[in-house]
Design a protein around this ligand. Structure first.
Ligand code: ATP
Length: 202
């Protein structure tokens, strides 16, 4: 592998992708977090925020910060508004991701952690994808515990995402996270080696 290989890491809410991402970073991967970039894309002074202010002036506060709750309210049941927002954020996230990729060393694995990898078409920008799947009941319990929210809320969030079955049919690699954390990290280590090997033979 002469140039760096890009892996898209995805999975539904509470599936365990951040744990796997962290492990890959410990093993030497360059981690690019799409959630972090989408916040950076609308940071004060950013071109993204200027475009949002142009379309929805009321959601940008006087101190140049974004009122996320107000924006979420606007796009919640307005598909056209959601498309407009995505048309601002997605290209900006990709531009920032490309900037980060320039930091990769030759042969380093670049991992893009993207919750909506397939839904947003981000998968077209990576060489391979890794999906993390966990049992429904485990995901509910973990997210309730981690975020302190009610069971119904977790179920609604899961229902709003692509089904694991559909994601599975699109992913290059899958890790099933159906045991303890230690086993997950072991599976992540094996997967890291597999992905690197595949990258070398490309
Ligand atoms: P989100 O999309 O909601 O951010 P995620 O896919 O990144 O979720 P993680 O944050 O990695 O999920 O995992 C959710 C929580 O469950 C974390 O607190 C994590 O430590 C824990 N967890 C993940 N897998 C296991 C496991 N196999 N055993 C015990 N705890 C686990």
């Amino acid at each position: 592998m002469t140039s760096a290989m890009r892996l898209g890491l995805t999975g539904g809410i509470g599936s365990g992708k951040s744990e796997v991402a962290r492990r890959f970073a410990q093993r030497g991967a360059l981690l690019i977090d799409a959630d972090e970039l989408s916040r950076e894309a609308v940071a004060p002074g950013s071109p993204g925020l200027a475009e949002i202010a142009h379309l929805w002036p009321a959601v940008v506060r006087k101190d140049e910060t974004l009122d996320r709750a107000a924006l979420a309210q606007i796009v919640f049941d307005d598909e056209h508004a959601r498309e407009n927002l995505n048309a601002i954020i997605h290209p900006e996230v990709r531009r920032l991701a490309a900037q980060r990729e320039n930091l990769a060393k030759p042969g380093q694995l670049i991992v893009h952690e993207v919750p909506l990898l397939f839904e947003t078409g981000y998968d077209a920008l990576v060489d391979a994808s890794l999906l993390i799947i966990a049992p429904y009941a485990d995901r509910i319990a973990r997210v309730m515990n981690r975020d302190g929210i009610a069971e119904d809320q977790v179920k609604a969030r899961i229902a709003a995402q692509m089904s694991p079955q559909e994601a599975r049919s699109r992913a290059t690699y899958v890790i099933v996270n159906d045991a303890g954390l230690e086993q997950l990290l072991e599976r992540a280590d094996e997967m890291y080696d597999t992905v690197l090997r595949a990258g070398r033979t490309e």
